[in-house]
Each structure stands twice: as C-alpha cells, then as structure tokens.
Design a binder for this molecule. Structure first.
Ligand code: SAM
Length: 372
C-alpha cells in the first residue's frame, strides 16, 4: 500500500476545524499551518478526504520540497521527481503557483522553468519526444516557493471542494459552502439541532447544517480529478468511498432547518438549492424580515447578514444590526453565531460576544461573533 504526503487547503481561521475533520477520517500525521493542514494517507484515503471534507478547499499530493534560490535549483528539484509515474504520456499538466518572501519572485518565470523540467523528465520517462497533452485527462501541478523553499504538489480535487454541486443558483453575496460548514462546526450543529438563518440568501448555512446533521458527505454527487489517477486507485476507490458514504447517511436525524430572507427571490433560490442537495425534507424557507424574528428556546441561529460592504450602506446596516439585536436579545434561544466584517458589530447589535473567531470571507477579514 502506497502512503502519500498530502495537504488540504482551507480558509484562514478554519485550520483547527479541518484538522479535526482529517483526524476523524483516520488520516495520519495531521499537522496544521496557516491556511493548510498536512497529513498522510493511501489512495483510498485521498478519495475519502475529497468526498468527506466539509471545510477544505482542495486536497493536493505533496511530491517534493527542496531549497530553490535559483532557477537551476528550481529546475533540478523538479526534474528529480518521477513524473512519468504520475502523468501519462498524453495527459495535460498545467503548472500554476505563487512565490512569497523568496529570491525567485517572478511567477511566470518559475512556471516556465518548472514546465520545462517536467517536459524533460516526462519525455525521458515515457521514452518519447512528443507530449501532446491531449488524452483528455488533466493533472494540475501546483507550486509554492516560500522563503526559498519550493513545494511541488499535484491537485486531486479538480474543481474547488466548495463546489458541492447543489448551488448553481446564487443569491447576492453568498457565503462559500466551506466557510458555512466551518460556522456549523463552530456552532456545534448536531443531528437533533434546530438551525435558523434569518438572512438566508441562497440557503447555504441551513443546507450545510442539514448535510452535517444527516452525516451526508458533501462531495457525494460531484466528480474529482483523481478519479482519473490510476496510481491512486482511480475510479474504483472513489466508487467504494461513495458507497461507504451513502451507507453512513443518518436518515433518522431529527434535524430541522429554517431560513428566511426579506427578498422573495432568495427564497426560491434556497428552496431549489435544498432540493438539489437532498435535504428538502428537513428544511424550509420563507420570506420574512429578520427584525421580526420570533426565536424559540431550542433555536441555534446562524447568520451571514449584510456587512455594509457589498450589500446596503454602512448606516442602513448599523440600523439593521441594532433593530435585530434589540428584539432578539429579549428572547430565549440556544445560540447565535453571526459573521460580519463590520468593525462596530458588537456595539451595534448591543451585546459583547461570549467568544469571537477571526475568519476570512473570501479576502475580507471577518469575525464570527458567538453568543451561547
Ligand atoms: C450576505 S447575504 C446572505 C447570503 C447567504 N448566506 C448565502 O449564502 O446566500 C445577506 C442577505 O440578507 C438579506 N437581508 C437584508 N436585510 C434583511 C432583513 N431586514 N431581513 C431579512 N433578510 C435581509 C439580503 O436579502 C441577503 O440575501
């Protein structure tokens, strides 16, 4: 059994949540650093990671890590990898990456040196001068050069893992599925939870909460690049991982999800998305003003309200937070987990959070304000 070194990438602030997910999946040597978590596993484990991880952006194999302060070092380190075992004679192999705090600072120049090294090694390994890149299989090579250390990786996910396949329809300023799943983890959504999102937009938070509560693997119904990677076991290991995941769905979960939004178009979108995600039986959506929310004692309220950046101006958002908080904090509920980039959030909503966590919504630094 071949063991591979791998990394799962994630949004800043979600590393500990992702580490926990990887340990739960039985991955070995799990180690978190900024925006990524390293681990070791076999080909079947790579399939399970892609299908099950809720907060990861993608899963990559780590092929080499070496000092590269010059183009010669960069080239030789890349040529030393046995690419012929990973990339077929006619497979496409785009090379992309970034450099940071390093002598080699031009990304296009590094890209072209690495591509040349791969072409040379692949031609040698396959005993040919012609690499057509036309087999229909694409193997994306990623590099990072940080403090003069180059890491070469092979993507196994294909599309980013936030693309679960249930959300072709978007409402304004949707939250990424992976960030929504992270918020569900931090809010401790359980199979018996009652989750309420009064600013639901496309329904992402409610849908991710339902998937988690029912133990439905988020990648069950989408394809992955590594299904074409024979050296990992290819399509059969993914088929097996999907079968195992289907058997683990908890159809007995008592979960209930409820989303509302002031915009009726959002409600239609959320309903269609829930249908596609296979959770329509336990969630419902309705047009309502969040400022009139009547909470119940068992409600776990999750929300991604407007921040005053893309939707609504600063003053209108300030009033919205204040009116929402004024009514809500007079009521009894189980917990409130609200993400916002607004620097005055706690003052406006009228209460200091019990706990806060810095998270990024795309490039935007935010806080998750937790009340429980
Ligand atoms: C940032 S978006 C939420 C996006 C959502 N999390 C998603 O994934 O699509 C904020 C939402 O708040 C809604 N909204 C604004 N004011 C509202 C109010 N007073 N009551 C309810 N919803 C409101 C907007 O229509 C918008 O859909």
């Amino acid at each position: 059994m071949n063991i591979f070194s791998a990394v799962a990438t994630c949004g800043f602030g979600l590393e500990s949540v992702l580490s926990f997910e990887l340990k739960k999946l039985g991955m070995q040597k799990v180690q978190a650093s900024d925006g990524r978590v390293a681990f070791e596993t076999d080909g079947a484990g790579i399939a399970r990671a892609n299908i099950w991880l809720r907060t990861a952006e993608r899963v990559l194999l780590v092929l080499a890590q070496y000092p590269a302060a010059s183009f010669d070092e960069l080239f030789e380190g890349a040529r030393a990898v046995p690419w012929g075992e990973l990339i077929g004679r006619h497979d496409a192999f785009p090379v992309k990456g970034y450099t940071m705090n390093s002598q080699l600072s031009s990304v296009p120049a590094c890209q072209s040196v690495l591509k040349k090294a791969l072409v040379e090694r692949l031609a040698q390994d396959h005993g040919t001068r012609f690499l057509t890149e036309k087999s229909g299989v694409t193997k994306r090579v990623q590099f990072s050069i940080v403090k003069n250390i180059c890491t070469l990786m092979l993507d196994t996910s294909g599309d980013g893992l936030h693309k679960r396949g249930y959300r072709p329809l978007l409402h304004e300023a949707p939250i990424k599925e992976t960030l929504a799943a992270g918020i569900c983890d931090l809010a401790r959504v359980f199979p018996e939870s009652c989750v309420v999102d009064p600013f639901c937009g496309s329904g992402t938070l409610v849908i991710e909460a339902a998937l988690r509560a029912k133990n439905m693997a988020p990648g069950l119904n989408r394809p992955f690049a590594a299904e074409n990677y024979d050296f990992l076991g290819g399509a059969p290991v993914f088929r097996q991982a999907r079968e195992e995941a289907r058997a683990q769905i908890r159809s007995d979960a008592d979960f209930v999800g409820f989303g509302s939004d002031i915009d009726p178009a959002a409600i239609e979108t959320a309903q269609a998305n829930a249908q596609r995600a296979g959770v329509a039986d336990c969630v419902s959506f309705e047009k309502a003003d969040a400022r009139e929310l009547a909470a119940q004692a068992n409600d776990l309220i999750l929300a991604n309200p407007p921040y005053g950046e893309r939707l609504m101006d600063d003053q209108a958002v300030g009033r919205l937070y204040t009116e929402f908080g004024k009514r809500l904090f007079k009521q009894t509920f189980k917990g409130l987990y609200m993400i916002s980039s607004h620097p005055e959030f706690e003052r406006l909503i009228g209460r200091k959070a019990v706990r806060r966590r810095k998270l990024y919504n795309g490039m935007l630094p935010c806080q998750l304000y937790m009340y429980f």
